[in-house]
Design a protein around this ligand. Structure first.
Ligand code: ZN
Ligand code: ZN
Ligand code: FE
Length: 746
């Protein structure tokens, strides 16, 4: 990967172990040739693994003894294939320990908030073009001073060829604005003003690495509420940054793997189980009453400087944007939109070129699963076993990412968002153009969702005279997971999500497929349910509860003694049943997400969602590991939950604890996954099961399904580096398009 100083590192290690030879980048790997004493070579090999820069991802080291050759020195050789060399850029890297020490050391970098080196600092977010050198980044406007230049040219220096390197003398700086006026550009003063403001319950806008954040004290209820008002978004949980691991562990539990993710150079937001801390309570509204919190650790020098002064050990750090708009990146926009809303703005004069939100991950089944793939992860490619050259995949509608193919690599873009606002659509179009240019890809084949109305489909269809492939949404989900694992054969695909356009015109989302990368057969699915009000039913789970109860109990369902009927006006329920009777605006759905919505509503957890998947998330947060039992299900051509619903209603009437009901419901779905997969295995002789779709971001469900399937000797494949939600769809589209092109079906 470019920009992580791997070849200079190899050079230094060769010198350290007194070896001669060379190092060179090739298409798929780094080649090293050395001659010297065998024990020195062994030492060199150990150093390669143990001392490598953290962001240099070594997959494996293969060694071979070959004909001896005489070298007089060790050299970094030019790459053979320049076009390939320019395709791999490093994602942004959290500030390293050495640079943090520089912050405390007298000299040019004392308290310098833009300190970085070959092992850390901005990459993707500042790169305008390739090859990666300073002139093609937003650091271009800051010529290096003599000192920095010396370090930059010294191969033994930590800053050798560190393109964004800078110091107080030559680099960018922070500026504090109050009411639109610049009040300070002295970092010490800014940090002390900012920390005092946060302490006093104020709300600040802070420019970061891939965009602007809004920040406030995470313990201050009023401040958090004010922040919610500014964002005009009541519901969504906010991410928090903790001073350090010790502070974090007072409020969340983190096992070894979770700690690893929190402390990795990618520094994502990690979803963790919340701990009730009796001495000090996080603001109640910070995570909207879920049992999860989104936590991260400082990743910018600025964050570290701030926490040195701050008394509070956690701040809310959420993207500065308005609903449906992408995270803000430019100073002018921040000043004009936020000067009247926040108490102060902390900006800086290093431009952000590629927007990147904080990434979000969750540890499930002992592995890191990426939910939102952005800062720290993009633009690392997914290595496929397919010829992806020239394929451009447009993604779906919500949580969109695009994907482009080069060689066998697939470059998934950063998280773009829901293609519903003008600004997001503009960001979407920009990203397509930027990725094509950055990676020198000339589109030869396009891939879109089958949904004719998606903005992404429309953009694809209007793209130009390039052949186009439409891929069914759930086939794309499974293909995405297959591509991530380089699978290219017949598999059993289980795709559970909220919505996706089916080829019978209905809304799918609980699909059991037998598929390869070319085609799919839909074997079974959850029984269709009317969605009264269409998209409204996805936002208002009570509508799905009415639909489900009406289907199971018929006209008299309102006589059931459920607290649900006290939550919802009877008039509204009547209107809905009439809509269902007359088939007015009631598309049919098999979406698993809708079933979870209905159950969440019946349990009184969520009638109107204030953020995406709120109902299912609240339902999941009740499920208990040690709670066995499940409800009956009828599995024929389709999967019918009538008996399940009767079981849930009976339990509700008997006042059974809702944590037990939620657990039993989850167990029911897990056993449905197994039973259906098992029936398909018996018939088709396929043993590989691929799980995909946003519903598999449910930890209880995913872990339960993996355990049960593996216990029954299935080979189970699940997402890790690529999101299981629609953020991974573009990769699946690209994989299907590649396969169809290979088989001349385009
Ligand atoms: Zn560093
Ligand atoms: Zn300098
Ligand atoms: Fe989906």
């Amino acid at each position: 990967m470019q920009g992580v100083g791997f070849r200079p590192f190899v050079y230094r290690m060769a010198l350290k172990h007194e070896l001669n030879g060379w190092v060179q980048n090739t298409n798929e790997n780094v080649r090293i040739r050395v001659t010297g004493q065998p024990e020195k070579i062994s030492g060199f090999l150990i150093s390669l693994e143990s001392e490598a820069p953290p962001a240099a991802l070594i997959e494996k080291i293969v060694t071979e003894v070959i004909q001896e050759e005489e070298f007089t020195k060790f050299q970094i050789l030019q790459s053979h294939d320049i076009s390939e060399e320019i395709t791999e850029i490093s994602p942004d890297i959290a500030v390293c320990d050495d640079c943090l020490e520089d912050l405390n050391r007298q000299g040019n970098r004392l308290d310098y908030a833009f300190v970085n080196c070959t092992n850390c600092g901005p990459r993707f977010t500042i790169i305008r073009d390739l090859p990666y050198d300073r002139a093609k980044t937003t650091m271009q406007v800051f010529p290096m001073c003599g000192e920095c230049q010396k370090e930059y040219e010294n191969i033994n220096d930590r800053r050798f060829h560190a393109q964004p390197t800078a110091c107080k003398q030559c680099g960018p700086w922070y500026e504090l604005f109050v009411k639109g006026k610049n009040v300070s550009d002295e970092i010490g003063e800014i940090i002390s003003l900012v920390s005092r403001s946060i302490q006093n319950g104020r709300i600040l806008l802070m420019k970061g690495l891939g965009g602007m954040h809004l920040a406030c004290d995470a313990f201050n209820e009023t401040a958090v509420e004010n922040l919610r008002n500014i964002k005009m978004r009541e519901g969504k949980p906010f991410a928090m940054m903790f001073r350090d691991m010790e502070a974090l562990k007072k409020h969340a539990s983190a096992d070894f793997t979770e700690e690893q993710s929190l402390q990795s150079w990618r520094r994502p937001i990690v979803l963790l189980e919340m701990k009730r801390n009796e001495e000090q309570w996080l603001a109640r509204t910070v995570n909207s009453g879920l049992n999860l919190i989104g936590a991260m650790l400082p990743y910018l020098p600025f964050h570290h400087l701030l926490f040195q002064q701050l008394k509070t050990s956690a701040i809310v750090l959420t993207s500065a944007n308005f609903s449906n708009e992408p995270i803000l990146i430019d100073n002018e926009g921040a000043l004009s939109h936020f000067s009247d809303h926040v108490d102060a703005l902390v900006l800086h004069n290093r431009d952000i070129y590629n927007r990147a939100d904080d990434s979000v991950v969750r540890i499930m089944g002992g592995k890191e699963r990426v939910f939102r793939r952005s800062r720290g992860y993009v633009p690392t490619p997914v290595r496929t076993a397919l010829n992806t050259e020239g394929i451009l995949a447009f993604g779906a509608e919500l949580t969109n990412c695009i994907c482009i193919g080069k060689g066998q690599k697939a470059f998934l873009s950063q998280h773009i968002g829901d293609l519903q606002g003008i600004e997001t659509i503009r960001f979407y179009e920009q990203t397509i153009a930027q990725f094509l240019r950055l990676f020198r890809v000339k589109p030869a084949l396009l891939a879109v969702d089958m949904h004719p109305g998606y903005q992404s489909t429309i953009t694809g269809r209007n793209f130009g005279t390039v052949p186009i492939v439409a891929v069914q949404h759930h086939h794309a989900h499974i293909a995405s997971c297959m591509a991530e694992h380089q699978l290219d054969e017949m598999v059993i695909g289980v795709a559970f999500d909220g919505t996706g356009y089916g080829d019978d015109g209905n809304i799918w989302g609980s699909e059991f497929l037998v598929c390869d990368l070319m085609n799919y057969r839909r074997i079974t699915h959850f029984e269709y349910l009317p969605m009264p009000g269409g998209d409204m039913a996805a936002e208002e789970p009570w509508r799905m509860a009415v639909s489900l109860l009406y289907k199971v109990y018929g006209k008299d369902f309102t006589d059931l003694n459920l607290s649900f009927f006290r939550d919802i006006e009877s008039e509204k329920i009547e209107i809905l049943t009439r809509m269902i009777d007359r088939h007015i605006n009631c598309p049919l759905t098999s979406g698993a997400g809708r079933l979870f919505d209905a159950v969440a509503s019946m349990l009184g957890l969520c009638q109107i969602a204030t953020f995406q998947a709120e109902g299912p998330m609240r339902l999941e947060s009740l499920a208990q590991k040690n709670c066995p039992g499940s409800y009956p299900v009828e599995m024929n051509d389709t999967i019918c939950f009538n008996a399940t619903v009767r079981g849930i209603v009976d339990d509700l009437i008997r006042c059974i604890d809702i944590t037990i009901i939620a657990s039993k419901f989850h167990n029911t779905i897990i056993s449905v996954i197994f039973e259906a997969a098992n029936a398909i295995r018996k018939k088709e002789g396929i043993n590989k099961v691929v799980l995909s779709g946003g519903v598999f971001q449910n930890k209880y469900l995913l872990e339960g399904a993996i355990t049960l399937l593996e216990k029954n000797n299935f080979e189970v494949y699940t997402h890790a580096a690529v999101p299981a939600n629609d953020g991974g769809i573009a990769l699946g589209q690209l994989a299907v398009a590649s396969k169809r092109r290979k088989n001349k079906c385009v």
